[in-house]
Design a protein around this ligand. Structure first.
Ligand SMILES: [Mg+2]
Length: 173
């Protein structure tokens, strides 16, 4: 598989995770969601989900299982977020490595193409998901206002490199 294929999200949402609806999942035959944590469901360093995100997760959980797969090494923070959502989690996942992501996917007991890996980063979330044959969804990052997180630069660099490789990153309506 080429780099373009490995980095190309199956769906570019063009909005935050809140844009993932039960209808969208049904239309694409998605039956489970693996969620990145930092800047996908919560800004970096925050432990408390926004009420919007909490409500979103509760709504989706009525139809599909959710699990968190984070590269963050702060085990306790990720555990508390997962506990608040009542979902399984993996910290220190090492994406784009497949090992821990595969375990989380296998725990859903679904065909890989019916599981979506959802995240804000191409070189971790999308690359890992595509390597496993998962459906991949790129979301707009959830940032604190005036965020100076150096990861923003990294994310932009990943987008630039990927576009040079031929990856399409404009939102698909
Ligand atoms: Mg992230």
């Amino acid at each position: 598989m080429s780099w373009v294929n490995l980095l190309q999200p199956d769906l570019i949402l063009g909005q935050s995770i809140l844009g993932i609806t039960p209808e969208l999942l049904r239309d694409r035959n998605l039956k489970g969601l693996l969620l990145d944590v930092d800047e996908t469901i919560v800004p970096v360093g925050k432990q408390q989900l926004d009420p919007d995100v909490q409500a979103w997760a509760q709504q989706l959980q009525r139809t599909v299982p959710l699990a968190l797969v984070s590269n963050n090494v702060g085990y306790e923070r990720i555990r508390l977020i997962a506990e608040g959502m009542a979902v399984p989690f993996v910290a220190s996942a090492g994406k784009p490595s497949r090992r821990k992501l595969r375990k989380a996917a296998e725990a859903m007991d679904l065909p890989v193409e019916q599981i979506a890996m959802v995240g804000d980063r191409l070189f971790t979330d999308i690359l890992a998901g595509n390597r496993l044959g998962l459906f991949t969804i790129l979301v707009q990052p959830m940032l604190e206002p005036n965020s100076r997180d150096p990861k923003n630069l990294l994310r932009n660099a990943e987008f630039w490199i990927s576009q040079q490789l031929g990856v399409t990153l404009s939102a698909i309506p």
